[in-house]
Write a protein of this length. Sequence first.
Length: 245
Amino acid sequence: MKNLLNLLKIEYIFTKRNVGSFVIGIGLPVGLFLLITTMMTKDIPQEVLPIVVRDFMVSMAIYSSLSFALFTFPIALVEDRNNNWFLFIEQAPIKIWQYYIAKFIRVFINFVIGIIIVFSIAKYFKCVNLELREWIISLSLALLGSICMLGFGILLSQIKSTEKLSVVSNVLYIFLGMIGGLWWPISQFPDSLKNIAKIMPTHHARELVVNYLNNHEIAYNSLLILFGYIIILIVITIIVRNKQR
């Protein structure tokens, strides 16, 4: 436990050193949320506007977490390997699982902070009104969907160059956000894209929360698809890692 606490202190120091990435990971979704919801007031009927704003709040909460899953998590792992920090961990009296748990806790806290900030902006600046129970369950479901996004981060961490990793992460970030229905509803997509959008993990991470808010039910099909994604991504990671060795 002492080793884990020491690792968490080090992760806190790493976070402070990369505070710019942390701010961007939250600031970009918040900025998009405020900008687009302000534009919505001119084009969307007032009777449905609160629902549309609420659903877009969920989208930007997931988008914030996606940033940490695709950038913060894999880049931290790659940098640790490149600067020999991981080699030091292997030789120190520290369990490897403690190292990975510390990394997971760091990104999990980023998820929590990002989602809470997006939810708070929506509540206090866009008057999104939910019951306390709905806020808590929505936060929990958004976190669950976000954790499943870490499968992409685990796979991306196999890229040895931080420059190449950054390029791939940016492309994937835009693709999953756009095609996954986080930027605009997939109902507005052409038919050729709708089928693709409906299998995207970001779509199902969003659906976990939106379906609960609309029907007060858990979208178990979305949950199964997300679990399927993380299993497939971990298997691919193991295969890639074995080939690299």
